[in-house]
Design a binder for this molecule. Structure first.
Ligand code: LLP
Length: 382
């Protein structure tokens, strides 16, 4: 859609809101689906990245499974038509209520992260008269080389079971009648752009698999999590992530037995590029060292820059004037409420439409009502 057509649609609405390009989403889904079929990989969409119903329905229609991290995500995925036999439930702190919700829905499996969680799950499954299938989320101590706050696979992180605790946990599971261990699960972090990291993960998973083999435990599901990064610098040139190389690495380095299923939980790489946060310029203010473009979106709508110092491309689609340098900031009473420092934009004025790009993942799902902000419905175009 041209900028002119977009502006015509945007003008009808109150800002800020999220705009999703379903055409790009479908192209991304098709690409992943084709590659997954070629490699015989099983893809679960990580609902946490974006849980808007129209987005979930696209994944459901394409036959993806759902990777959920709360009881509400499990319920929503089921309501959106994902077969419950394709729903996984992960998370370090599943409550009894959430576990019961998932048990009642007969989800495929729980990714378990501690000895105590497995004990509680066994008890709750017994109450329901069910046997819960589980994968053990193992912390492989592999550095994802990404932002500290989204690194999950190091010993210092709260996630997963440490290798040294495995023997004890595997022994405990043998005594449980309502747990069936079938898989291992790994997720080492997000926005991983050095794909060599995934090779390192494969080698570590192979070692761990050998250990299970030595114990005589049959592992039929290998779940490698998500984490593939996207190009925040060039969203137009690289609108679809490098899935070819990503899957190729796992196909080459992961040891897989014929009876094993290989699963991925992709979030960001599926949805980030199809979403933009749309806002209007409220004021342009001259500062001492810099000029500020003050937009009507804030960290309440997109927290990533404030939380992870993340870069998002910013476009002014209303102006074709000469480039200028601005700090683009929101209206919230926090100095971290800044979308970009020293950004080059065409000369900008009150009322211009500003797009904050690559915001389809971990954007709308992380909004808050801090400062009692209004929330506006998303816009979907084909
Ligand atoms: N599986 C598990 C167990 C996860 O914890 C995550 C993401 C994923 C899959 C999906 O990972 P992805 O493919 O999206 O990298 N809010 C942060 C990202 C947090 C990621 C949390 N876990 C951000 O805005 O960068």
């Amino acid at each position: 859609m041209s900028n002119k057509q977009l502006i015509e649609q945007f003008e009808q609405r109150e800002t800020p809101f999220y705009h999703y390009d379903l055409g790009l989403l479908r192209k991304t889904i098709e690409k992943v689906k084709k590659l997954a079929q070629e490699y015989d990989f099983d893809i679960h969409y990580a609902v946490k990245a974006n849980s808007n119903v129209p987005i979930l329905k696209e994944f459901q229609a394409a036959g993806f499974g759902a990777d959920c991290v709360s009881g509400n995500e499990v319920s929503l995925a089921a309501e959106c038509g994902f077969p419950t036999s394709d729903i996984l439930f992960a998370g370090v702190g599943k409550t009894d209520k959430e576990i019961k919700t998932a048990l009642k829905l007969n989800i495929k499996a729980f990714n378990c992260e501690s000895s105590q969680e497995i004990e509680i799950l066994n008890g709750l499954a017994a109450e329901e008269g069910k046997v819960a299938e589980i994968s053990l989320r193992i912390n492989p101590n592999v550095d994802a080389k990404t932002h500290k706050y989204i690194t999950t696979g190091l010993d210092e992180n709260k996630f997963g079971i440490n290798h040294s605790d495995l023997p004890k946990i595997v022994e405990e599971i043998k005594a449980y009648n309502n747990i069936h261990l079938t898989g291992v699960h790994f997720h080492i972090g997000s926005q991983i752009t050095d794909l060599n990291v995934f090779k390192g993960l494969c080698l570590r998973v192979n070692e761990i698999q050998h250990w299970f083999q030595e114990q005589g435990i049959e592992i039929t599901h290998l779940n490698l999590g998500g984490g593939l990064g996207i190009d925040y610098q060039k969203p137009d040139t690289n609108s679809i992530a490098d899935f070819e190389q990503y899957f190729q690495i796992f196909s080459e380095f992961l040891e897989r037995k014929p009876e094993q299923k290989v699963h991925f939980e992709l979030g960001r790489s599926m949805v980030a590029q199809c979403g933009a946060l749309v806002s209007r310029v409220v004021f342009v203010k001259k500062g001492i060292n810099t000029d500020f473009v003050i937009v009507d979106a804030g960290m309440t709508e997109l927290l990533r820059p404030a939380l992870y110092q993340s870069y998002h491309q910013i476009d002014n689609i209303s102006s074709k004037k000469a480039p200028q340098i601005y700090d683009v900031v929101g209206p919230i009473c926090e100095s971290t409420d800044c979308f970009g420092k020293a950004m080059t934009l065409p000369e900008t004025q009150r009322g211009d439409f500003i797009l904050i790009r690559s915001a389809g993942a971990y954007g709308e799902v992380m909004t808050s009502r801090y400062n009692l902000r209004d929330q506006h419905e998303a816009l979907y175009t084909e």
